[in-house]
Each structure stands twice: as C-alpha cells, then as structure tokens.
Design a protein around this ligand. Structure first.
Ligand code: NDP
Length: 326
C-alpha cells in the first residue's frame, strides 16, 4: 500500500482524499516509478476542486508531473535506479498521476532527468516551466529575437509566467510582465522583468488594432487578455498562447493577422512529441538560472495539497508549487 491523493465520483458528486492505494491498483504501463517529487499546477487545481472536467476516469490520482526513480521496467530505455521525469500525456487526467508515492506509466512518456538538475529542481520547473520553454522556442521559431522589441508575459506571477520571465530575460529579451497583482512587482523585477503592466490594461474593450507595443507575447490567459495582446502586437510579431486563466474564448478579430502579419502560435505540452520535449528539457537544464528558480518555488506536503488547490483558482499562488512525495 502507498499514500495517494485519490479523486472519486459517485452520483455526480466528486470526492477527494489523501488515502492508501494498492500496487495492484496501479494502471497499465511498462515502467514503475517511486515518485520523489511532484507539483501542483493550475490544471491539478481544476482536477482536485472539480471546477473543470479535467479528470476523465474515476478513481483518479491527480498530478500532471512527477520526478522519481525507476523500480521496475520492461522498457528498453530504462532500468531500475534511473531518475526520470514525466509531464503530461494525460497523466492525472486519464491515467494515474504524480500525487502518490508510486506511479506506473508507459516508458515512452518518460524523459531521463537531464544532467545538472536534481529531481526537486525538475519539479520546480515542472509542466509550467517546460511549457514556458516551449513558448519561448515558438517565439524564436517565428523569428522573434531580443532585438525585435519587448515581450509581454501574461499571468507573470504564476507558474508558466514566472519561468517564462526568467527564461526570456536570460536570453536578453526585455520582458513586460502583465500581472493582476501589483504587490508582486518586486518579485517580477527580481525574475528579470523590465516593465510591470497592470492586467487591467489588457482587460478592457477589445479594439481590432491598438498602438504597436510588443514584438512577442507569452499568454496564459486567453479571452479578452489575449485578444487585447494581439491588438497590441508590432508588425510581424508572434504570440505563443498556452492557457485559459481568463477564459476559453477569444473575442478578437482578424485585423492583427491580416493587417500586421501577426502569428498566433498554439503551445501544447501534454501531447508534445518526445523529440521536442527532450529539446525543451535540455535547454531548460542548460540555461535556467537555478538560483532564481529556487526562489520561485514553494513546498507543499502531500497532506496539504487538497487545501492548497483552491488558492490557484483565486490567483493567490506565486510561482511554482512543489510537492515532496517520497
Ligand atoms: P498559475 O495559477 O500558476 O498562474 C496563472 C496566472 O494567471 C495567475 O497567477 C495570474 O497571474 C493569472 N491570472 C489569474 N486569473 C486571471 C484572469 N482572470 N485573467 C488574466 N490572468 C489571470 O497557473 P499556471 O502558470 O500553471 O498555468 C497558467 C495557464 O496555462 C493555465 O490556464 C493552465 O491551464 C495553462 N497551461 C497550459 C499548458 C499547455 O500545455 N497548453 C501547460 C501548462 C499550463 P497574475 O497574478 O500575475 O496576474
């Protein structure tokens, strides 16, 4: 038996508890892992609180990320003792996830822990950080460079936004951090932001085009925030869109695309192909300033995960949340 957070549903009512699960309940997979660290992400908060239909199968162990040590493997790439990372692939949604002391998954979903980072650091990065890197890579694939102009990062004090701010600043970009929390201005400047923009500025009525302010954008918000951001892009700019913290809709027009040649680059971390995800992880391990990274993560024990989840939905979480599981 091992400790696990389990979400269940009966008569349309969702329950969640920290309980014991048995190894015989683990899902199918060719690699079994002793989980050392996991994380809490916005998506886990939606799953645990039942605020959105993230969980597709019950009972479910949430946790879209984990880092741990292989204990059993039928996969040619892994042997017991290997340190591995998992992000996405429906783990925590359709397949038992990382908020439990054991996990069993497909070896093809795993990434070997890159040299130079610890399992805790890998979870400080987590899906949020790896998605931030995918966003930065999407901007650069579309020709955005530090000379192009400032990059707006929305939800800057959250998980994806915090890491995107650090990564972009490290690569020499000027980062305009968009936040709803003025109180986080010093934190964001410490991460490398050169300008703080009140989220209200991007929350009003959407005009087809606005003054050209940004060469690029990393957007976790969607809805009106993304629509306003698109209207503020310079000619030829790119916005990498990955989130829906403000909403699923996009009340925009085609004006930024057809009059300014703006690109809206969609970023998905869940089903991202193995080659692209390994490239993102290698880049993270090489260039992320781990001293800054440590400062943007808070530790929440497994016993406090359920109580912490609603704080994500209220926008009270700063940076990343890591969960010691072992
Ligand atoms: P966090 O909760 O850590 O951060 C979200 C941030 O968004 C908040 O901290 C807040 O930042 C901002 N925010 C909150 N409410 C609103 C609002 N109404 N309008 C605008 N901004 C708002 O979440 P994550 O960073 O983990 O995830 C961010 C988003 O990205 C989520 O929607 C998540 O589902 C998505 N995501 C998508 C992935 C993918 O593969 N496509 C992978 C990972 C995440 P501030 O206080 O600074 O304004």
């Amino acid at each position: 038996m091992f400790d696990a957070i389990v979400i269940d549903k009966s008569d349309d009512k969702q329950t969640v508890s920290l309980t014991q699960a048995g190894a015989d309940q683990l899902p199918e997979g060719d690699v079994t892992v002793d989980v050392a660290w996991s994380t809490l992400n916005y998506k886990d908060a939606l799953a645990i609180t039942g605020s959105a239909p993230v969980v597709r199968k019950f009972p479910m162990v949430p946790g879209i990320d984990f880092a741990g040590i292989v204990t059993d493997s039928q996969h040619p790439d892994y042997t017991p003792g290997d340190k591995v990372i998992l992000n996405g692939w429906g783990v925590g949604e359709t397949h038992w996830g990382g908020l439990a002391k054991q996990a069993r998954v497909k070896g093809d979903w795993l990434v070997p822990l890159p040299d130079g980072i610890s399992m805790r650091q890998a979870m400080e990065i987590g899906t949020a950080g790896y998605t931030a890197m995918l966003c930065v890579q999407a901007l650069e694939a579309n020709g955005v460079t530090p000379d192009s102009g400032p990059i707006a990062v929305t939800g800057a004090a959250g998980g994806v936004g915090s890491v995107a701010t650090v990564l972009l600043a490290n690569r020499g970009y000027k980062v305009a951090a968009v936040t709803g929390r003025a109180s986080e201005a010093d934190y964001l400047k410490g991460l490398g932001a050169s300008e703080i923009i009140d989220r209200e500025e991007l929350s009003g009525k959407v005009r087809p085009l606005n003054k050209e302010r940004f060469a690029g954008g990393v957007d976790v918000a969607g809805s009106t925030v993304l629509a306003n951001l698109l209207s503020m892009m310079q000619y030829g700019g790119t916005v990498a869109a990955c989130g829906l913290a403000a909403g699923m809709d996009l009340p925009s027009s085609v004006a930024p695309f057809i009059l300014r040649g703006v690109t809206l680059a969609g970023v998905d971390s869940v089903m991202c192909p193995a080659k692209k995800r390994r490239a993102a992880w290698d880049a993270l391990a090489k260039e992320l300033d781990l001293s800054k990274l440590g400062g943007l993560a808070v530790e929440v024990p497994l016993s406090e995960v359920i109580a912490t989840a609603p704080k994500f939905l209220d926008g009270q979480i700063r940076g990343r949340v890591v969960v010691p599981v072992a």
